[in-house]
Write a protein that binds this ligand. Structure first.
Ligand code: 2M8
Length: 441
């Protein structure tokens, strides 16, 4: 276990850019929004200082309207290193940083709250709170429909880019005629990534949104259960943060309750939450694991939670192996292609958090699978849920960070006594010593 934690911290150190962490040195050489939240959650366990810097760097590129862009570009990285880069997005944050103009699931308040819990620093909390509130206000102002649900305008905003849930709405998007060079397939086998046709549609959608000044949804407008859950979990975390800061937590709690009720009313059916096409009002039934993530919500009705758990066990094989990103019985399931079946540690982590209160036994199984995955495959971007063979890039930051978080929680009651004593001894790790981080805190 200690070896896993050390290896994970080494990945995080190697991907550290001095103020933020890249998801992967070659495939994703800039700062990504929800990656940074997951990275901060893991870093809080060994270097709260880096965890705070990570979130502060991201929110340093927040736009005036409150949006937190999904990529903050590193000016030292050449344009050709990643597509679509700054020349495509053509926009800068007030800080001067080149950014993208779309967003990702707002898991940052949850991250900030966990960072504070690991290192109760009121100055950090006081600084970040208004920024987190502004992030939520942007989503309410720009993305909320009359039914109370948030809309995403690009598959990249879901974080689960080529999820089978997007197949139908994406098919309605006219692929771009622009000539572009994909950089992702220089680093990862094309068979594990979205197709060229998917990419031509992603680019068309992003360009169309850009051309409205990043204001008007185009052909793709969907209500995603994961994105909406992240938003509600953020309100729940903001209520905790507000209470510490002497602000009023009640509006955050009320918002979380109302938005949960809206999700149940509009996105729930047959034991799983489903995305919905905001243009047509039609559900996008897909077997995506995004539909299980609402288990995170504290005011989810018990009957709904029980049904989700039954689905997780029966359709997603929970307890038998790592969580697939798509139910293996769905016709679109592909165990090695990106978000269409492989197991991703961030989804497993969210489910782990969601199961802890209701089904600690299953939560324990999910946590054990996360650790088994990284022990067997290393910190790969995703793994085949049946064979645990690693796919996508290596040394992927959130796989390392979230494994550190899971281990931190499990360590004291899972690691045998001798291991525990060892863990409490100071260790020499010179890269860490000089910055005051604490490997085994
Ligand atoms: C993937 O998405 C980017 C586009 O944002 C890409 O494929 O180039 C997704 O897995 C996304 O969830 C993740 O945040 C990003 C960086 O890890 O990579």
């Amino acid at each position: 276990m200690i070896a896993v934690r050390r290896r994970a911290v080494r990945v995080l150190l190697a991907n550290w850019e001095g103020g933020h962490t890249v998801p992967s040195r070659r495939l994703y050489p800039h700062q990504w929004s929800w990656d940074s939240a997951f990275i901060a959650i893991g870093n809080a366990r060994w270097s709260p200082r880096r965890a705070k810097m990570e979130l502060q760097a991201l929110f340093g590129a927040q736009w005036r309207d409150g949006r937190v862009p999904h990529i903050v570009f590193n000016p030292r990285v050449p344009e050709e290193a990643y597509f679509p880069g700054p020349r495509f997005w053509r926009v800068r944050a007030p800080s001067g940083a080149a950014t993208s103009g779309i967003v990702q699931p707002p898991v940052h308040a949850l991250a900030a709250w966990r960072v504070y819990r690991a290192d109760p620093d009121p100055v950090f909390l006081r600084r970040i709170y208004p920024r987190l509130v502004a992030q939520q206000e942007f989503l309410r102002a720009a993305r909320r429909g009359p039914d109370g649900l948030l809309v995403i305008v690009h598959p990249w905003e879901s974080g689960m880019d080529n999820s089978p849930a997007w197949d139908v709405p994406l098919a309605a998007v006219e692929p771009t005629r622009m000539v572009f060079i994909r950089r992702d397939v220089d680093h990862v086998a094309a068979a594990e990534r979205p197709t060229d046709l998917d990419y031509a549609r992603y680019v068309a959608l992003a360009a169309a949104y850009r051309d409205t000044g990043y204001r008007e949804a185009g052909a793709f407008a969907v209500q995603d259960p994961l994105f909406n859950t992240a938003y509600i979990a953020a309100e729940t975390a903001l209520a905790e943060i507000a209470a510490v800061l002497g602000e009023d937590p009640v509006p955050h709690r009320r918002e979380a309750e109302e938005a949960t009720a809206a999700m149940v009313a509009h996105l729930y059916g047959d034991g799983l939450f489903h995305a919905r096409d905001a243009h047509t009002g039609k559900p996008l039934a897909s077997g995506s694991a995004a539909g299980l993530i609402p288990l995170l919500l504290p005011t989810l009705p018990d009957a709904v939670a029980d049904a989700l758990i039954a689905t997780a066990v029966n359709r997603f094989r929970l307890g038998l192996g790592p969580l697939p990103s798509c139910a293996p019985d769905a016709p679109e399931f592909d165990p090695t292609r990106y978000w269409r079946g492989p197991s991703w540690i961030n989804l497993a982590w969210l489910l782990w958090r969601g199961l802890r209160r209701r089904r600690p036994d299953l939560a324990e199984a999910v946590a054990a699978d996360i650790i088994r995955t990284v022990q067997q495959a290393g910190f790969r971007e995703y793994v085949d849920p049946f064979t645990l063979t690693g796919h996508g890039c290596e040394d992927f930051s959130w796989s390392a960070a979230l494994a550190v978080d899971v281990l931190a929680e499990h360590r004291l009651h899972r690691v045998p006594a001798a291991g525990r004593e060892l863990a409490q001894q100071p260790r020499r790790l010179t890269e860490l010593d000089d910055v005051g981080d604490h490997m085994f805190a």
